[in-house]
Write a protein that binds this ligand. Structure first.
Ligand code: PBG
Length: 395
């Protein structure tokens, strides 16, 4: 201690010192420390036992830029805004809203009423983008999923109704066969258990065009077939839908975090078909969670094929992939905060293990910080409400 004090005193003798420091040094540093040491802790305003130490000579103290709410807000690098959110909605062909057990607070909405109310509520807090997921009755599902492009299908009716009621609402759709496929895969499955790429693309194109005809603003292929973005762009343009955008699920991983979504739509792979080998998972088309560079390969292809937005999915476990795409493309990047991420937060919040508002807003902010412009989240409306309530202390 004495040696340290000595060094402080001699440092100060070396030359130019700031006026405030000079004032401090009018009494020698050593004497000042000795004087402080004789004062009681309560006089010094610190707990008993707090050591008396010299001021450290730190050229940089990052804590200065965190010292008040005003400066913290002033120096914040990332802001969340409801305009960035896309609310995923589940609809069914009935009247009542049916709760989804594994997603407390989320329901399959009656497409004519519950859905319209949910969208009006989202808009009232600034969320003006939705993506629609229809729950197809089992009897309409087939191995080739033709219901996906039924002009009178639930998705198509829902899109038209929403665009009719809310013309400035941005309506996104999901392009993939799984909600309509009796085998529960995003593409057509051969008897040997192969998810057929090029044959599936033919139907994805028809699906996208039928959604565009119904009024969709942006179609979102989530199927992970190779070459589908270019094919869908071509099919849309051939029908004069040059203004309909494509949000490609660029880096969609074969993730366990989609479980609650598959409950919501009863869309999980169904490997029990007689005489046919239906793969129990989606690993031959969705990406391996172990892989990073592969996301860049997908991104280069999707951008070249004409995607307008590129998505990473799931969200929080894949922040590195979001950053990878952000740094390698000028396109807007979307992050999907998926059903399993929602369910985890809800479950912990229900048990009182997490502060739901703080944890959710932090999760969404981190998706933004990692580089996403758009965030798809089942929390979109609730988060926007919390954000509206969140006034700084000086207002
Ligand atoms: C369909 C699709 C899935 C999700 C979005 N579109 C499920 C899947 O690929 O099995 C998951 C979304 C979520 O979990 O919230 N292709």
């Amino acid at each position: 201690m004495a040696a340290q004090m000595q060094s402080i005193a001699s440092t100060s003798a070396r030359g130019v010192v700031a006026p405030r420091r000079r004032a401090q040094l009018r009494v020698s540093a050593v004497a000042e420390l000795e004087r402080l040491a004789t004062q009681s802790a309560s006089r010094r305003g610190v707990p008993e036992g707090t050591p008396v130490v010299p001021v450290r000579d730190l050229p940089s103290r990052p804590r200065r830029n965190r010292k008040s709410e005003t400066v913290r807000r002033a120096f914040s690098e990332t802001f969340l805004h409801p305009a960035n959110f896309i609310l995923p909605v589940f609809v069914h062909d009935g009247d009542k809203n049916i709760p989804i057990d594994s997603m407390p607070g989320v329901a399959r909405l009656g497409w004519q009423h519950g859905l319209v109310d949910a969208v009006a509520e989202a808009r009232s807090v600034g969320v003006n983008q939705v993506v629609i997921f229809p729950k197809t009755p089992e009897e309409l599902k087939t191995p080739t999923a033709e219901e996906a492009f039924n002009p009178n299908g639930l998705a198509q009716r829902t899109i038209s109704l929403l665009k009719d009621k809310f013309p400035d609402l941005e309506v996104y759709t999901d392009v993939a066969l799984d909600p309509y496929n009796s085998d529960g895969h995003d593409g057509i499955v051969s008897d040997a258990g192969v998810i057929l790429n090029d044959e599936t693309i033919e139907y994805l194109c028809r699906q996208a065009v039928s959604q565009a005809r119904a009024g969709a603003d942006c179609v979102s292929p989530s199927d992970m077939m190779d070459g589908r973005v270019a094919a869908i762009r071509g099919a849309l343009d051939a029908e004069d839908f040059t203004d309909v955008s494509i949000m490609a699920y660029t880096a969609k991983y074969a993730s366990a975090f989609y479980g609650p979504f598959r409950d919501a739509l009863a869309s999980a792979p169904k490997p029990c078909a007689a005489h046919r080998r239906i793969p129990p998972n989606k690993k031959t088309y969705q990406q391996d969670p172990a892989n990073f560079r592969e996301a860049l390969r997908e991104a280069l292809l999707d951008e070249a094929e004409g995607a307008d937005i590129m998505m990473v999915k799931p969200g929080l476990p894949y922040l590195d992939v979001i950053r990878l795409l952000r740094d390698n493309s000028a396109l807007p990047i979307a992050a999907y905060h998926v059903s399993g991420e929602y369910a985890m937060l809800k479950a912990a919040a229900e048990r009182g293990w997490l502060n739901e508002k703080d944890a959710v807003l932090e999760a969404l902010l981190c998706l933004k910080r990692a580089g996403s412009d758009l965030i798809l989240s089942y929390y979109a409306t609730e988060a926007a409400k919390w954000m509206a309530d969140d006034k700084p202390s000086w207002r």
